[in-house]
Design a binder for this molecule. Structure first.
Ligand SMILES: Cc1cc2nc3c(=O)[nH]c(=O)nc-3n(C[C@H](O)[C@H](O)[C@H](O)COP(=O)(O)OP(=O)(O)OC[C@H]3O[C@@H](n4cnc5c(N)ncnc54)[C@H](O)[C@@H]3O)c2cc1C
Length: 405
C-alpha cells in the first residue's frame, strides 16, 4: 500500500513530525509538507526553548546554528523573584532562522517540501482525505494538521479547540543595567493588574545583529484589549531603558492545550499548537517536539497495521510525561489566571517547595507535575500561618492605565 502523508505546516511541529517518522523508518517519499509561507518566514515568537526542548533537538541530532545559550530563567513579580536553574541549557533562536534550518533538514532527507501552498480545506472521501489547494484537490491517506494557533485543519475537521490567548511582542535595543542578556525574564506583575499572564524580556539573537531583545506580554485568556497589552509592553520597555527597534508592537494568538481539546479523526491527527501548547507560559516549541514524538509513534503503528485510525490518541498522550505536565500547567493556569490569581501569586512567590525546586538545578520547566502535592502543603502552611487562606485580595491597587471593562 502506498502510504501518503500530508503534513500541513512546516513549523517546529511539522518538521519534527517528519524527522520522527523518518527515524521510525517511514519512507521520505511517503511524506509531503505543505506550507503557505516561503522559508525563511517571520514568526512572532520569543524563540526560547527550555531544557526539555533542547534535549529533544539533541536527541534528533539537531543543533541548529545561530543559537544563544542562557543561564536560566527568572520568574519575578513585585512579590518576589524565583531564579530557575534547569538541568541543562535553554536556547534562544530567531524563529525565521530556526524553522528554516529544521525544514531544510527535512528536505535534505528526501521529504518533499512545498512552500507557498495554502491549504484551503479538506474534502472527505472513502479511504482518503482530500487536501484542497489552489491547484485542486489531492488525496492523502493521512493528513497531519501542524498549522499552528489558527489551525484551519482543526476547523475543517470540526474538532473542539481550547482557550485562545492574545500576545503582543516587539524587538527592542538598549536596556538598563538591570537587564541580564543571559536570563529569560518572566514578569508576573500583569496578574496584579488583572491581566491573566506575564510579560517577558528575552535576548534576541537575530543573525548578523547584537544587543537586541524581545519584549512582550501574554494574555492567557484572550480577554484584554490589544491596546492595553501594547501600552503595558511600551511601559515595560520604558521602565528598563529600551528603545523600539521594530516598526510597531505586533500581535498574534496562541492556542492552549486542555483536557477537552480534540486532536484526531479517521485519517487525521493534529500536532503542535494546532492541538495546543502550555497554557501557563505559552511555551510552544518544546511541547511541539514532544507531541511530534508521540504522534509519530502512534501514526507509525497505524501505518504498520494498514489502519487509518489511531484509537485514544488524546488519552494516550495524557499518559505520557509531556501530556501529564501539560495537564498540570492547564490546572495551574486556571488557578493563577482565573480562579484565585492573587492567592496563587502569594503562594507561588513564597513557596519554599517551588523555590527549592527552581534553584536546585535538578528540575526542568514543563516537568513540574510532581511538585503538585508539595505546593499543596505550602498552601496549607501559608493558610495556617495566616490563620486563613492567603488573601484573594490584590496585594496592591491596580494601575488605572491598564484598566479594561
Ligand atoms: C508573541 C509570541 C511569543 C512566543 N514565544 C515563545 C517562546 O519564546 N518559546 C516557545 O516555545 N513558544 C513561544 N511561542 C509559541 C510558539 O511560537 C508556537 O507555539 C510554535 O510556533 C508552535 O509551532 P507549530 O509548528 O505548531 O506552529 P507554527 O510555528 O505556527 O507553524 C505553523 C505553520 O503552518 C503554516 N500554515 C498555517 N496555515 C496554513 C495553511 N492553511 N496552509 C498551509 N500552511 C499553513 C504556517 O505558515 C506556519 O509555517 C510564542 C508565541 C507568540 C505568539
Amino acid at each position: 500500500m502506498r502510504r501518503r502523508i500530508a503534513i500541513v505546516g512546516g513549523g517546529p511541529a511539522g518538521s519534527t513530525m517528519a524527522l520522527e517518522l523518518l527515524r521510525l523508518g517511514v519512507d521520505p517519499g511517503d511524506m509531503t509538507i505543505l506550507d503557505r509561507a516561503h522559508f525563511p518566514r517571520p514568526k512572532l515568537c520569543g524563540g526560547a526553548i527550555t531544557w526539555r526542548g533542547t534535549r529533544a533537538l539533541t536527541r534528533l541530532g539537531l543543533v541548529p546554528d545561530h543559537k544563544l545559550i542562557t543561564n536560566g530563567l527568572e520568574f519575578r513579580s513585585s512579590l518576589g523573584s524565583i531564579p530557575v536553574r534547569e538541568r541543562g541549557e535553554q536556547w534562544v533562536y530567531d524563529r525565521a532562522s530556526l524553522d528554516h534550518q529544521l525544514l531544510r533538514k527535512v528536505a535534505a532527507a528526501g521529504v518533499e517540501v512545498r512552500e507557498g501552498v495554502t491549504v484551503r480545506g479538506l474534502v472527505p472521501g472513502v479511504g482518503s482525505l482530500g487536501v484542497e489547494t489552489s491547484s485542486g484537490v489531492e488525496r492523502f491517506d493521512w493528513v497531519i494538521g501542524a498549522d499552528g494557533a489558527r489551525s484551519g485543519i482543526r476547523r475543517a475537521a470540526e474538532l473542539r479547540g481550547g482557550i485562545v490567548g492574545r500576545l503582543v511582542e516587539a524587538v527592542y535595543e538598549g536596556g538598563d543595567e538591570s537587564v541580564d542578556p543571559n536570563t529569560l525574564v518572566f514578569d508576573f506583575d500583569p496578574v496584579l493588574e488583572a491581566i491573566p499572564g506575564y510579560a517577558w524580556i528575552f535576548p534576541y539573537p537575530k543573525p548578523g545583529t547584537s544587543g537586541l531583545f524581545k519584549l512582550g506580554i501574554m494574555d492567557g485568556r484572550g480577554r484584554v484589549p490589544g491596546e492595553i497589552l501594547r501600552r503595558y509592553t511600551a511601559d515595560l520597555a520604558e521602565r528598563h531603558g529600551f528603545r523600539l527597534a521594530d516598526e510597531k508592537i505586533s500581535g498574534w494568538p496562541e492556542h492552549y492545550f486542555g483536557p477537552r481539546v480534540q486532536a484526531s479523526r479517521e485519517g487525521l491527527l493534529l500536532i503542535g499548537e494546532a492541538w495546543g501548547i502550555d497554557p501557563l507560559l505559552g511555551e510552544g516549541i518544546a511541547p511541539s517536539f514532544a507531541i511530534s514524538e508521540y504522534a509519530a509513534g502512534r501514526l507509525k503503528r497505524a501505518l504498520d497495521r494498514g489502519s487509518r485510525k489511531v484509537r485514544g490518541y488524546e488519552l494516550g498522550f495524557f499518559a505520557t510525561r509531556e501530556g501529564q505536565n501539560l495537564l498540570y500547567q492547564h490546572r495551574l493556569a486556571n488557578m493563577l489566571y482565573d480562579e484565585a490569581p492573587h492567592r496563587w501569586m502569594r503562594v507561588l512567590f513564597s513557596s519554599p517547595a517551588l523555590l527549592q525546586a527552581a534553584t536546585s538545578g535538578d528540575e526542568a520547566y514543563g516537568r513540574l507535575a510532581h511538585l503538585g502535592p508539595r505546593l499543596g502543603v505550602d498552601l496549607l502552611r501559608s493558610a495556617l500561618k495566616q490563620r486563613r487562606l492567603p488573601s484573594a485580595k490584590p496585594p496592591r491597587a491596580p494601575n488605572p492605565r491598564y484598566a479594561f471593562a
